[in-house]
Write a protein that binds this ligand. Structure first.
Ligand code: SF4
Ligand code: SF4
Ligand code: SF4
Length: 255
């Protein structure tokens, strides 16, 4: 039986729901035992585990300690969801004054001790596997757990949402309706969910930063502007799920 620890950081908990879904399969339950999950039981410290699933972005020193402790106790660490992989929608506050943001949300902002901008988990510890998505696809997590129990990892295809969209035979919303869509620059994994409903993709699986460069991103941004978006809105959309991947591409850095 493999032991699993679930660490929750700053997030909406949507990915926790998908984790719960993945662990509802009989074959997953017969191979895995969740021995630590702050959201499910009041356990002080995580013991040694085979797999740590980390959901949410790192927003404070306390979070840094939690993920470092998880790294020390786990044989294999998985960043679960776009918050954990890229920083998530909390990244939208990048460029804003953190005190103004806190005041807008909390009646007593002085109690809130958070970083100006959240960090992806991989900025703090080495991560062995990443499952992006906002939320993740619970079936993808179940697939990972099945493969891990067999001694392997799922085969990853680094393609864009457009590839899935075309395989499904969907009408392109950009071409047919002039709707902005981030499909060309977004990681696949959702089965082109939004275009399936006639909507443009807004990038919740994160930018495909590993095969984008500054010039390609600028060309794509200009295409969004041609479709009627203001530049600020286009940039906010592109960096909405992880400002760091956006700025990494723009600065030409490697991640
Ligand atoms: S990735 Fe999205 S669904 Fe998952 S915890 Fe973060 S905000 Fe919620
Ligand atoms: S609708 Fe979006 S995801 Fe589908 S082909 Fe067009 S740009 Fe790509
Ligand atoms: S189409 Fe884009 S925004 Fe919609 S679920 Fe997929 S990755 Fe997320």
């Amino acid at each position: 039986m493999y032991k699993v620890g679930v660490v929750k950081l700053t997030s909406c908990s949507g990915c926790i729901c998908e984790i719960a879904y993945a662990f509802a399969f009989d074959d997953i339950l017969s191979n895995y035992n969740i021995t630590y999950a702050t959201i499910l039981a009041d356990v002080e410290e995580m013991g040694d585990v085979d797999v740590a699933l980390i959901e949410g972005s790192v927003s404070s020193k306390h979070h840094e300690e939690l993920v470092k402790a998880a790294r020390a106790k786990a044989k294999f660490v998985v960043a679960v969801g776009t918050c954990a992989v890229l920083g998530g929608i909390q990244s939208l506050r990048e460029g804003s004054d953190i005190n103004t943001v806190k005041k807008a949300v909390y009646p007593n902002p002085e109690y809130i001790d958070v970083y100006d901008v959240p960090k992806p988990v991989a900025d703090v510890i080495n991560v062995d596997f990443a499952l992006p998505g906002c939320p993740i696809n619970g079936d993808a997590l179940a697939l990972f757990l099945r493969k891990y129990a067999l001694g392997g990892l799922p085969v990853a295809f680094y393609e864009s949402v457009c590839a899935a969209c075309k395989r499904k035979g969907l009408e392109c919303v950009v071409v047919s309706k002039g709707i902005p869509c981030l499909g060309p620059v977004t990681n696949a994994g959702c089965g082109a969910l939004c275009p399936s409903f006639g909507r443009g993709c807004y990038g919740c699986y994160g930018l495909k930063y590993f095969d984008l460069n500054k010039e390609k991103l600028e060309t794509f941004t200009n295409r969004l502007i041609e479709l009627g978006m203001g530049r600020d809105d286009a940039v906010a959309l592109l960096k909405g799920y992880g400002f760091k991947s956006y700025s990494t591409i723009v600065k030409g850095e490697k991640r």
